[in-house]
Design a protein around this ligand. Structure first.
Ligand SMILES: [Zn+2]
Length: 238
């Protein structure tokens, strides 16, 4: 892995004043770091695989018990090779809820390192309270809103540091594969039939006729005039 030191350029603050009392506008080239390593992958999100059963469970609890209130579950997840896999196991702890809050009355058991909570409105982002009291205290945190799980975060320990970084989750729902009584061979891909030769690509493309696969545009001058007449406002005046 090649690490190359490049000419050091002083870091400039956004829109700062330099020594000549001239305003320096933020420009990427003013912010070139001292070290460059093109082999480094920049990670902004972590892939998270969610079992579909978790979504079904949240919908079910919502329908049965929490029509307009928040509620939360403790979850288990495993972070490995830059992917967070959420398991089906869950705990529904004792909790006091309102339309805008959840207060856990039981701690999460050992091994339950994540939380999912519901927003009964349409807010698909974490609130300030969520950030302070939920998202900091578990390895991962998911949000359930309107029969979907749109948002999540993970806290990752930095190597050799007591600090953690918090990254957004790139959520992927894992749906079960339904196999019983499905004759998938009933679904056959239709093979389109194309006119062969004789028509111009140019004309057929714009007249919504079957195109040919000729390599050349065989448009005639007449075709071009016809096109101009029909689509003149979009043409480049060719
Ligand atoms: Zn919340």
């Amino acid at each position: 892995m090649a690490v190359r030191r490049i000419e050091s350029i002083p870091m400039l603050n956004h829109n700062c004043i330099n020594l000549n009392n001239q305003r320096v506008i933020w420009k990427p080239e003013n912010l070139i770091p001292s070290w460059s390593n093109s082999d480094i992958d920049i990670v902004k999100t972590v892939k998270c695989i969610i079992p579909f059963e978790l979504l079904t469970l949240m919908i079910s609890i919502e329908n049965q018990a929490a029509h307009s209130d928040e509620f939360a579950l403790y979850l288990k997840g495993n972070y490995k090779d830059e992917v967070l896999t959420v398991f089906q196991e869950y705990i529904l702890p004792k909790q006091k809820v309102t339309g805008a809050s959840v207060d856990f009355e039981e701690d999460s058991p050992v091994g339950f390192n994540g939380v999912i909570h519901r927003h009964p409105g349409n807010l698909t982002t974490f609130s300030g309270t969520d950030a302070m009291h939920i998202n900091k205290n578990y390895m991962f945190s998911l949000l359930y809103v309107n029969h979907q799980i749109p948002t999540g975060i993970i806290n990752i320990q930095l190597q050799g540091s007591t600090k953690r970084v918090q990254l957004a989750l790139d959520l992927v729902m894992q749906y079960p594969e339904v196999k019983h009584n499905l004759d998938l061979s009933n679904i056959q891909r239709s093979i389109p039939t194309y006119a062969v030769g004789g028509r111009s690509n140019f004309k057929s493309m714009f007249l919504n006729e079957n195109p040919t696969f000729d390599d050349e545009d065989t448009s005639t001058e007449e075709d071009r005039k016809e096109f101009q007449r029909m689509f003149g406002q979009f043409s480049n005046g060719e």
